[in-house]
Design a protein around this ligand. Structure first.
Ligand SMILES: O=C(O)C(=O)C[C@H](O)[C@H](O)COP(=O)(O)O
Length: 222
């Protein structure tokens, strides 16, 4: 069961930046949590889910969510080697996110045929990706790298670049990011508090996801 990725006017490939205002960044420690956690996020209105390759069960978690959660668009995060690209796509990842990029990683991501967001935190990296024909990127670590002020400054000389800022973003700061013309969505982990996941409180996760799905440039209610 899959839902289509809409086309972006800014990119020739379908864009994950337009699926929802917020992409949950998920760290799955216990494989048994993957499906109920993803169901809660989708039920709350957050279909695009980034499962980070930070735990030994991450690949299996991607596989489980891809196979068992209707409406989810599962992607892989923390993709940092060309080898991982093939592995996550084989597991069912429908988009790829990296905290940074290299020429080799970019080539593998492009060859995969699925949408990808390489990570940048400097102007020169943005210019380099534009030179490679890539116009959609993750801005990481968003808060530490300059936050909304930095992105606002980039929009003037480089309006063709669009970002998913991630790293340190909260429900309070997300609307300011979403108000920027060069931001499509933000990434974050706040809708998955450690104690809620440990306690398998999927109702709480769903409620936090619903609040996140309602965030927009103005505050709430997109
Ligand atoms: O794992 C990766 O590939 C990353 O780039 C890191 C994540 O995007 C951030 O850890 C999420 O940021 P928080 O919302 O501050 O938790």
């Amino acid at each position: 069961m899959t839902s289509p990725l809409p086309s972006s006017p800014h990119a020739s490939t379908p864009s994950v930046l337009d699926l929802a205002p917020v992409v949950p960044v998920v760290v799955v420690d216990d494989l048994a949590d993957a499906v109920p956690l993803a169901r809660a996020l989708v039920a709350g209105g957050l279909p695009a889910i980034e499962v980070t390759l930070r735990t030994p069960v991450a690949l299996d978690a991607i596989r489980a969510i891809a196979g068992e959660v209707p409406g989810a668009v599962v992607g892989a995060g923390t993709v940092i080697t060309p080898e991982q690209v093939g592995e996550v796509v084989a597991a069912g990842a429908r988009f790829l996110v990296s905290p940074g990029w290299t020429d080799g990683l970019l080539a593998a991501m492009r060859a995969s045929g699925v949408p990808f967001l390489p990570g940048v935190s400097t102007t020169s990296e943005v210019v380099a990706l534009l030179e490679h024909g890539v116009r959609e990127m993750k801005f990481f670590p968003a808060e530490a790298a300059g936050g909304t002020a930095y992105l606002k400054a980039l929009a003037a000389p480089l309006p063709q670049a669009r970002f998913c800022p991630t790293g340190g973003i909260t429900p309070a700061s997300a609307p300011e990011y979403l108000a920027l013309p060069n931001v499509g969505c933000v990434g974050g982990s706040w809708m998955l508090p450690k104690d809620a996941v440990a306690g398998r409180d999927w109702g709480r996760v769903e409620a936090l996801a619903r609040e996140a799905a309602g965030l927009s440039a103005g505050g709430t209610c997109r």
